[in-house]
Write a protein that binds this ligand. Structure first.
Ligand SMILES: Cc1ncc(C[n+]2csc(CCOP(=O)(O)OP(=O)(O)O)c2C)c(N)n1
Ligand SMILES: [Mg+2]
Length: 1016
């Protein structure tokens, strides 16, 4: 852009002309004749459509033209003028056109006609060039020194100097020729032809001013036309006096808020908005437009920059509540660790002053991890839409605010944007706003991204991108209005790139001159946008200086008063910063309504009914695959025998919750069928394309809906989305299943930053369930381990302290923990734990390591008895065999979890050690069932305690359970390790090694002398 400026300077400056030369002949053409877009069939059709017509027709036109040039279509006018200009002096006017069409003149005219066609084509191409590439030379950088597209090139097909007309075989003499406008432009307004000079001037105004638009990659012509019309129509960017005054008032608030914080807390980090103050009126403007279009709930996500300002001036969080966050002496009232002020969320219902309608605004709490909140916001928005029946996104919408470096650099942006059009994930259009201050901490964009703009990622979903110079508040407001209208019209994503600057360092303590000296010299000289805009409005007579000063003083006073009252606050209430309150679920004080354990068993008829539906096809004339038929027959047999496998256990959990009005949503890669082909929740008609049946939705007439959806191939994005979905309501079971548990690590940030510490940081409950297929089955390093060690390491129960609760141990312990980690070994227990998740009076994330080979293993079935009324989730499954009959004689107790239990039980049987060795399963690993483990350990008072796992020693559960076993035994009994040796990779890729390892640790597990004489 800077180079363009230099060129334009020459072109436009004084005598050479530039914009002036373009304007020299400006003004609307004389008279409209026939609009070729509406009527091309009259005798006055444009020359292009009749140039091959008869000579008498041409004569008719010619005589009409001679009489008065305005009698004919502008294109005929241009044609005859050209013809006249290139004929020998005096000839054309005197001779009839039919004569002109003879001999030399005939061929000359034919050439002329061809030239007219070519010139029109050239002009059409030129118009298109501006539509495609005009943004490259738009004046986007308020500092005037940088290229928003990282390149100072000027496209050769934009007319930035007169000589560039040559690109189209045109020259200066063509500037005053009129050209017919194509139907793909609106620059003419009411006029259908314009002189070339005016065409270029209007294209410059539309595409190369303070707004640069990228949209020509959009595949849909109507959408392109819509955008052209919004930006090309002459005079469309008009603001009333009132609108200008509102904009100024909002800019005052935005600017003075930061000034106030800077004055009061000059050495505090706040990540101020200075340099992009226009963000506040921008957001407000898009919210106003959306509210007018019917939106009444806006869910927002944003990073650090300007967040306090958004909370204060967009969400309207009480100022004193914000100010007291700066007081280091205030203690927090809530449990948990809390978070820094520029991460907290907020939920606020208010009246939109512009539309007088109710609107709820929520800003989601987020971690430092840039962009991580994007999918969470989308999930929350989707859930609100879903529960409100807002199938088109006409009531609820999301707005995401980004930094330029983060938007370009973070992959989760792409993952989130790719959810935007998927039926089970779309939020029907998100407005993305990039605060493009042209820097990321200390890094220049040139080394931070390979794409021209930070926003290019949005092109993949055909989202239009509006770049705008943030120092032109009216241009910004216009773009925001159009973006909101776009979203309301097409329900698709749209991006606003607010090209701005960062007045200070990365934070208020940072020195930007170390790394960006020249940029910051310019920034120091840069007049504040508020000053520029207020001067302009005062000059225009929209406000007086006095009115302006009064408005400033009024807001300063509001801040001072709030500051004074913030001093009265004695305690910090993080609870007041909750972004997703569940008022009916908790008591008024935010406490659970009860604290006792809940029976999770089911009536026989419910089990039977669900079992039958799970083994049938509820639709008529629906032809399923023979393999699926076989599976359903197998299920029917199980049900007849009152038995269930894993898939049926899951069916029982989901189906029974649906019966009670609990929405169940299962999302993840290939979850509909199930990676291991065991689930089959969506049946496909083998003869009718796309005809499907979800039997789970045919259980009961008044059941809650069941959503099962194959996701895009993303973990970070989709898990974040489901976490957000689970925030909207406590009365829903939201599950995300990893294809294999191993892949959860590409969603690590959602796990580490949101799921594990979410409640501690932001006092909000979340009951999301993670299903992570796990187990060492010789499938190599990447299809074996869901990395239990990581989840356990983040569990907060104290390893060295035996918890003593006065009430229900199980529930109290769950209430205290940050999440629940289980590895169920039976379908019944899996069903119980899913039901417990919803029947608990609070919500905690639940991590379930799920089986693979056990899905089909006959040993691993449950009886309906295990799910009968009165039964419940077993945190520990004790040994019930011969060992338990005579516990004093038992020599060894092997504690384990998950699938290895079946391998141990088989081996024990083979070695006939059932009286000597007890095997006890930990089904809930965290929080650690101290009470039940103690009971079991005490029961077998003379036995060695062994922990056996199939994972490597530095992985799995050992590091977590070991200190807890020692606490249970008061350090008087050791806990011996049996399992694989330490390793770097989670599993071997070699089958032989795999079985060898298994054999070795099985041998140790059943060698009763293995630990004799050994020290721990
Ligand atoms: C995922 C992640 N990586 C690194 C950081 C450290 N960090 C904090 S702000 C920042 C620069 C962000 O630049 P940009 O997105 O342009 O936002 P700006 O601060 O300029 O508003 C970085 C690298 C982070 N917070 N998150
Ligand atoms: Mg930046």
């Amino acid at each position: 852009m800077s180079q363009f400026r230099a060129l334009a300077g020459v072109l436009r400056g004084g005598s050479v002309g530039g914009i002036q030369w373009l304007r020299a002949c400006g003004g609307a053409p004389a008279r409209r004749w026939v609009d070729p877009r509406r009527n091309c069939s009259s005798g006055a059709a444009p020359v292009l459509s009749s140039v091959a017509g008869s000579s008498s027709y041409m004569e008719e036109m010619y005589f009409a033209w001679l009489e008065d040039h305005r009698n004919v279509h502008e294109s005929w006018d241009a044609f005859f003028r050209n013809m006249q200009a290139s004929s020998p002096p005096g000839e054309a006017v005197e001779r009839r056109p039919s004569a002109l069409l003879e001999g030399r003149v005939l061929s000359h005219s034919a050439n002329m006609a061809q030239k007219v066609v070519e010139d029109h084509l050239a002009v059409h191409t030129l118009i298109r060039a501006y539509q495609i590439r005009g943004h490259h030379v738009a004046q986007l950088d308020p500092l005037g020194i940088l290229d928003a597209d990282l390149d100072s090139f000027v496209p050769s097909d934009l007319i930035t100097t007169i000589d560039k007309l040559g690109f189209y075989s045109l020259d200066e003499s063509d500037l005053d020729r009129s050209f017919q406008l194509p139907s793909t432009t609106f620059i003419g307004g009411e006029d259908t032809t314009l002189p070339l000079r005016e065409i270029i001037r209007r294209l410059e105004a539309s595409y190369c001013g303070h707004i640069g638009i990228e949209f020509m990659f959009i595949n849909n012509v109507n959408q392109c036309q819509w955008i052209r019309q919004k930006f090309e129509t002459p005079g469309i960017m008009q603001f009333t006096k009132l609108e200008k005054r509102t904009l100024l008032a909002r800019l005052i608030r935005s600017t003075r808020f930061e000034d106030f914080l800077a004055r009061k807390w000059s050495s505090e980090k706040r990540f101020g908005l200075e340099g992009c103050e226009v963000l506040i009126p921008a957001l407000k403007s898009m919210i106003d437009t959306s509210s007018a279009a019917g939106i009444d709930s806006v869910i927002m996500g944003m990073p650090h920059r300007g967040r306090l300002n958004v909370l204060a001036n967009v969400i309207r969080k009480e100022l004193d509540q914000i100010f007291c966050q700066f007081d280091p002496k205030l203690e927090a009232s809530d449990e948990g660790s809390g978070d820094v002020k520029y991460h907290l969320g907020m939920y606020h219902e208010r009246i939109n002053r512009e539309t007088d309608k109710n609107i709820t605004l929520s800003l989601m709490a987020n971690p430092s991890h840039l962009e991580a909140v994007d999918p969470v916001v989308q999930g929350k928005a989707k859930a609100e839409q879903f529960y409100r029946g807002d199938t088109q996104g006409k009531k609820v919408m999301s707005i995401l605010i980004h930094g330029d470096a983060a938007f370009a650099g973070q992959g989760v942006v792409y993952e989130t944007i790719h959810l935007s059009e998927l039926p089970s994930y779309t939020t029907h259009g998100t407005i993305h706003v990039v605060v493009n201050n042209q820097i990321g901490f200390t890094t220049d964009p040139r080394v931070a991204r390979s794409s021209p703009y930070p926003t290019d990622v949005a092109r993949v979903v055909n989202a239009p991108i509006f770049h705008v110079n943030a120092d032109d508040p009216e241009a910004v407001m216009y773009v925001c209005r159009v973006a909101a209208e776009w979203r309301a019209t097409f329900n698709k994503d749209v991006v606003i790139d607010l090209v701005c600057y960062r007045r200070f360092g990365h934070n208020e303590m940072d020195e930007p001159m170390f790394t960006q000296p020249l940029m910051y010299k310019q920034i120091r000289r840069q007049e504040h946008v508020l000053k520029k805009y207020s001067d302009r409005l005062i000059a225009e007579g929209v406000v007086t200086l006095q009115e302006y000063e009064e408005e400033v003083a009024k807001y300063d006073k509001i801040c001072e008063e709030a500051y004074a009252s913030s001093k009265d606050e004695k305690i910090l209430n993080i609870r007041h910063w909750l972004d997703s309150p569940w008022p009916d679920f908790f008591t008024a004080e935010g406490e659970p309504r009860s604290m006792s354990s809940v029976p999770t068993g089911l009536k026989e008829e419910v089990l039977q009914h669900i079992g039958q539906t799970a083994s049938s096809v509820p639709l008529d004339d629906f032809k399923i695959h023979p393999g699926v038929s076989r599976i359903l027959r197998g299920r029917a047999d199980l049900v007849k025998n009152r038995q269930m496998d894993w898939a049926l256990g899951e069916y029982m959990a989901f189906g029974s919750l649906l019966k009670d009005g609990i929405h169940v949503r299962l999302s993840g890669q290939d979850v509909e069928r199930g990676t291991f082909s065991h689930r089959h929740h969506v049946l496909h008609d083998q003869e009718v394309d796309k005809r499907i049946c979800v039997p789970m939705n045919h259980l009961w007439a008044d059941q809650a809906p069941y959503t099962v959806c194959n996701s895009s191939l993303s973990e970070y994005g989709v898990l974040g989305f489901e976490l957000g979905f689970a925030m909207a309501s406590p009365n829903a079971l939201i599950l995300w299943e990893a294809q294999f548990g191993d892949f959860n690590n590409t969603a690590q940030c959602i796990i580490d930053q949101f799921i594990s510490p979410g409640q501690a940081k932001w006092v909000r409950n979340n009951g999301i369930v993670l299903l992570l297929p796990h187990g060492m089955e010789g499938m190599g390093p990447e299809h074996s381990s869901a990395r239990p060690e990581r989840f356990l390491q983040m569990s907060k129960d104290d390893p060295d302290h035996f918890p003593e609760f006065s009430g229900d141990f199980e529930v109290q312990q769950l209430y205290d923990c940050n999440w629940i980690v289980v590895n169920c070994s039976t379908p019944a227990n899996y069903c119980h734990v899913l039901r417990r998740q919803i029947l608990l009076p609070f919500r905690k994330p639940l991590i379930i390591f799920t089986p693979k080979s056990l899905l089909r293993q006959p040993d691993a079935r449950s009886s309906f008895e295990d799910l009968a009324e009165g039964t419940q989730f077993k945190r520990v499954i004790p040994d019930v065999g011969p060992a338990s009959q005579n516990p004093a004689k038992v020599k060894r107790v092997i504690f384990c979890t998950g699938k290895v239990y079946y391998e141990l039980a088989r081996e024990r049987k083979q070695q006939k050690l059932e009286k000597d060795i007890a095997i006890i399963r930990l089904e809930q690993i965290s929080p650690f069932p101290f009470d039940l483990v103690r009971t079991e350990a005490e029961k077998y008072g003379n036995a060695e305690l062994v922990w056996c796992q199939e994972e490597h020693k530095n992985m799995g559960y050992y590091d977590y359970v070991r200190p807890r076993f020692l606490t249970v035994a008061a350090n008087r009994r050791p806990i011996w390790y049996v399992g694989r040796d330490p390793a770097a990779a989670p599993a071997t890729g070699n089958k032989f090694t795999h079985f060898n390892e298994l054999k070795r640790f099985m041998d140790t597990a059943f060698n009763l002398n293995a630990f004799h004489g050994k020290d721990l």
